[in-house]
Design a protein around this ligand. Structure first.
Ligand code: TYM
Length: 330
């Protein structure tokens, strides 16, 4: 079992990243050989200054270690230090189809009506993501629901490459998407996912938020006037309530049904302080580890350099195989 996943180093790690993906990364360290990376090469698809990018990469590395990614057991690196990603993307650009990329919802959402003004990197973003996964022969890719389409495309690209060149070079990866926390929603709008690009910081819980900020965000989270139902079926059509109950269940290791049974008949006035307390208790140790680590640039850089060396060595045979399959002398 080879596990691989990535995260864009743009801004803070939030509760959606944590419950949708990172918690699974941490667990999967006990189950397989793991590769986790900061997708700094993907981050150039939208403009960020060099100084901000450097800060974000180190901060995200510190956040992952604080969440429990162990750099002695997992290979942790930033994509830019492993040029095989960019090389493989270029090779896969020969196989990926414009029509496939045009159908990607992330492209449609992010480019919006301004397709002409979007970067080429934003359009070919999913091909770099396919390169990330296929280079390592990953079998399992733990992600949130929003990455499912990119992984389906990865499989399509792998199949077309293998078929077009008559090889069995690429392993077809399976997405690992948590059932209950596949899509954590914004605290302000139950129809939008929790996201780092939401302009309102009140919409998300950052893993760096202090206890008071967390409590305040939960207190102000949008809800409805109804009391909590006796079981999860009563949450249908109540997106905000469903989201908060789902977060509570995920953090306490129970089900939405069990949480509803516990709070049945009570309003959000009672539920929210309980949720805030659980969140604060859960996130405090992560935040403390993060604060202790984030300014230790030497230690963080050493982790990323060591990770990149290991990642490059693993990626090399597959990259060589792709050049050979395509008749490219290297
Ligand atoms: P990114 O940086 O947007 O998010 C990192 C991970 O967090 C998950 N996630 C969520 N899960 C549940 N609810 C949410 N509200 C939520 N928001 C984010 C994402 O699904 C993701 O798993 N394209 C990727 C990075 C990437 C990658 C890869 C992932 C690059 N190459 C190869 C896997 C394999 C991205 O932008 O994730």
């Amino acid at each position: 079992m080879r596990v691989l996943s990535g995260i864009q180093p743009t801004g803070n790690l939030h509760l959606g990243n944590y419950l949708g993906a990172i918690r699974n990364w941490v667990k999967m360290q006990d189950e397989g050989e793991c590769y986790f990376f900061l997708a700094d090469m993907h981050s150039i698809s939208e403009h960020i200054s060099a100084a901000d990018r450097l800060i974000h990469v180190r901060e995200m590395a510190a956040a992952l270690v604080a969440c429990g990614i162990d750099p002695d057991r997992s290979v942790l690196f930033n994509q830019a230090r492993v040029p095989a990603h960019a090389e493989m993307q270029w090779l896969l650009n020969g196989v990926a189809r414009m029509g496939w990329l045009n159908r990607m919802t992330q492209w449609k959402d992010k480019a919006g009506k301004n397709r002409e003004g979007a970067s080429v990197a934003l359009f070919t973003y999913p091909v770099l993501q396919a390169a990330d996964v296929l280079l390592y022969q990953a079998t399992h890719v733990p992600v949130g629901e929003d990455q499912k389409q990119h992984l389906e495309l990865t499989r399509d690209i792998a199949i077309k490459f293998n078929t077009d060149f008559g090889v069995e070079l690429f392993t077809l990866p399976a997405p690992i998407i948590p059932k209950e926390t596949a899509r954590i929603m914004s605290l302000r709008d139950g129809a939008a996912k929790m996201s780092k690009s939401d302009p309102s910081d009140m919409s998300r819980i950052n893993l760096t938020d202090d206890d008071d900020t967390i409590a305040q965000k939960v207190r102000k989270a949008k809800t409805d006037p109804e009391p909590l139902p006796g079981d999860a079926s009563g949450l249908e059509g109540r997106a905000e309530a469903q989201n908060l109950v789902g977060i509570y269940a995920a953090l306490t290791g129970t089900t939405a049904d069990a949480v509803c049974a516990q709070f049945a008949g009570q309003g959000f006035g009672a539920f929210k302080p309980a949720l805030a307390e659980i969140l604060v208790e859960h996130l405090r140790p992560i935040r403390e580890r993060y604060v202790a680590l984030k300014d230790d640039h030497a230690a963080l850089d050493a982790i990323l350099v060591k990770g990149a060396e290991k990642a490059s060595a693993t990626a090399e045979p597959t990259l060589r195989g792709a050049y050979e399959a395509m008749g490219l002398m290297r």
